[in-house]
Design a protein around this ligand. Structure first.
Ligand SMILES: [Zn+2]
Ligand SMILES: [Zn+2]
Length: 122
């Protein structure tokens, strides 16, 4: 139990510190800096718990796969860097989506992913 708490604390710390959506691979790599024995199964288990209790949200990207981010944020979008494969959170929503669909369609939601190169990779 103590060990599980320590691993969970480490994973929570990563999200608080990095403030961007993370893949399981990233969480595993960063988490091992705090808890060297951290393994993939534990990461998956912890992510499941943190998602179920509402601390994390899933971000499903069509090509980058499933990422996780802190829950409770206002509506926003993500940027994915093709060079370093990092995901970033973008502030707010610049889209006027109501006009995007023809008459007769009711837009209820949208998902937009931006892709390119991040400041570190330009
Ligand atoms: Zn980059
Ligand atoms: Zn939006």
């Amino acid at each position: 139990m103590k060990r599980i708490t320590r691993q969970r604390k480490a994973i929570e710390r990563i999200f608080t510190k990095l403030e961007r959506p993370l893949t399981v691979d990233e969480i595993l790599a960063y988490g091992r800096k705090y808890v060297t024995s951290l393994n993939r199964a534990t990461v998956y288990r912890t992510l499941k718990t943190l998602t179920e209790n509402g601390w994390l949200d899933k971000v499903a990207h069509p090509s980058f796969g499933t990422l996780y981010e802190r829950s409770g944020k206002d509506h926003h979008h993500h940027f994915f860097c093709r060079e370093c494969n990092r995901g970033y959170e973008l502030p707010g929503c610049p889209l006027k989506i109501d006009d995007a669909a023809p008459d007769g369609f009711v837009v209820e939601d949208h998902e937009v992913f931006l892709m390119g190169r991040c400041p570190k990779c330009t």
